[in-house]
Design a protein. Structure first.
Length: 448
């Protein structure tokens, strides 16, 4: 991590010419400006202007009709020097992530990064988190269609060999930006990859995920292939998720671990209450973590993406999975994994929502019930009902409705950020529902 003075020194004494200033808004899309390295001292001091309307843009790159931010109004992007990285995949370029400030120099109340920072400061725990991301490497076929980079099978050794040069460059680039690699493997879909970055403290974990996606895309492009993080980029292939791992720490001790707990998973009562909160708020939470229409093509039964509000021990069909800890260090590795999340989410808002839901469970001492260690879709409907297991929303529209009614998440966001987020997501949903799809045209014209 760099200091203010170190950023200025690096920009003046190296071959860095351009510095990318990035933020992530309600749409989940990294956006920003680029400044000349010679201007970095003044930019650190006074930021750079940005139309406040950008926070009312959706991921279709359209301004939400009637959104609270429009033609009038401006904020400042103020770079955080601790996020400064020289980009190993882009010639003479560096990057910094930004907070958004009002013109009176106060944090803007519609800024996702500021909202997460404030929440982390308020809770009585330190947070460790990691975004475990899946993506596809694709290429263009002779007739111009997007196809998988290869046809390797899940965890296949052939896939490791096929992508070796690309993955080596990706791992080198990530390590150069202080992101340590935990594991790599070809995932379930042809051309699908999973390159796992080590956990980090709360805000830095979300920052890392923004930089991670930029790195994967940049390195892939340098190799003449494409990387896509869409939840369902290919019609017949497995979906890509972004599982969020989290643990709470108190004075250096893992608050989710209890050595006296029954079983090999060692969960504390704090962890159980946190799970209870996540289950309670899950129908609203997915509007933050599964943030586009396409996300719900993935959140279906029997797809290991999780579709029901239950938790389990290493159960990949549960929305909260408790992974088994490392044999040699269970206190350091006990954690929770939230599965119905993907890379279209704004990582600051996804982490904020997950923490707010979990902390509500801790404060209210919510009981998550017994773990479900089977596929909940195979359970009898009356058993699911008796255990309080619900189907997650099946569309973004349903999830938005749940989110709008969730007072706990609304409070964690603050009114301006919460309402602007709902406006942006509703605008995306409205555009989708007002469009006739190719499927409709192909199938219904035969009957009508």
């Amino acid at each position: 991590m760099s200091t203010h003075d170190e950023v200025i020194e690096t920009c003046s004494s190296t071959d860095v010419e351009l510095v990318r200033l990035l933020y992530v808004g309600n749409d989940g899309v990294p956006r920003g400006r680029v400044v000349d390295a010679d201007q970095i001292e003044s930019t650190l001091a006074g930021g750079i202007n940005l139309s406040s309307a950008m926070q009312s843009f959706n991921s279709l790159d359209h301004l939400a009709p009637g959104g609270m931010f429009g033609a009038a109004g401006e904020v400042r992007m103020v770079p955080d020097p601790e996020t400064f990285r020289v980009l190993p995949y882009a010639d003479r370029a560096a990057v910094m992530l930004c907070d958004l400030y009002d013109l009176d120099q106060s944090p803007w109340n519609a800024d996702p990064r500021n909202a997460l920072t404030s929440f982390l400061d308020e809770i009585p725990y330190d947070v460790n988190a990691a975004f475990e991301s899946e993506f596809y490497l694709t290429r263009e076929s002779d007739d111009g269609e997007m196809i998988p980079f290869d046809q390797s099978v899940c965890f296949g050794a052939d896939g490791m060999q096929n992508t070796n040069d690309i993955i080596l460059d990706m791992t080198d680039a990530l390590k150069a930006q202080d992101m340590d690699i935990v594991a790599y493997y070809p995932e379930y879909g042809p051309g699908q990859q999973e390159l796992v970055v080590k956990h980090a403290p709360g805000l830095r974990a979300a920052d890392n995920h923004v930089l991670y996606k930029q790195t994967i895309n940049g390195v892939a492009s340098n190799h003449g292939v494409d990387a896509t993080f869409l939840p369902k980029p290919l019609p017949d292939a497995a979906g890509s998720g972004c599982h969020i791992h989290v643990s709470l720490w108190d004075d250096g001790e893992n608050a989710f671990y209890d050595p006296d707990s029954d079983g090999q998973y060692g969960l504390s009562e704090t962890a159980r209450h946190f799970i209870g909160g996540v289950l309670d708020h899950a129908p609203a939470l997915v509007a933050l973590t599964a943030a586009t229409i396409t996300s719900y093509r993935r959140l279906r039964p029997h797809m290991w993406a999780s579709a029901f509000t239950c938790w389990g021990q290493d159960n990949r069909e549960a929305i909260v999975r408790v992974p088994s800890s490392q044999w040699d260090d269970p206190s350091e590795t006990t954690r929770l994994e939230f599965k119905p999340a993907d890379n279209t989410a704004n990582p600051y808002l996804a982490e904020l929502g997950l923490l707010a839901a979990g902390m509500d469970g801790v404060q209210r001492k919510l009981d998550p019930g017994d773990p479900v260690n089977e596929d909940p879709a195979e359970m009898a409907p009356d058993e699911r009902e008796s255990r309080g297991i619900r189907r997650l929303p099946e569309t973004l529209g349903e999830a938005i409705t749940e989110l709008a009614a969730d007072d706990v998440l609304a409070s964690a966001f603050g009114e301006t950020l919460f309402q602007s987020y709902l406006e942006v997501k509703r605008s995306q949903w409205d555009e989708f529902t007002g469009t006739v799809t190719e499927w409709e045209r192909e199938t219904l014209t035969r009957s009508f």
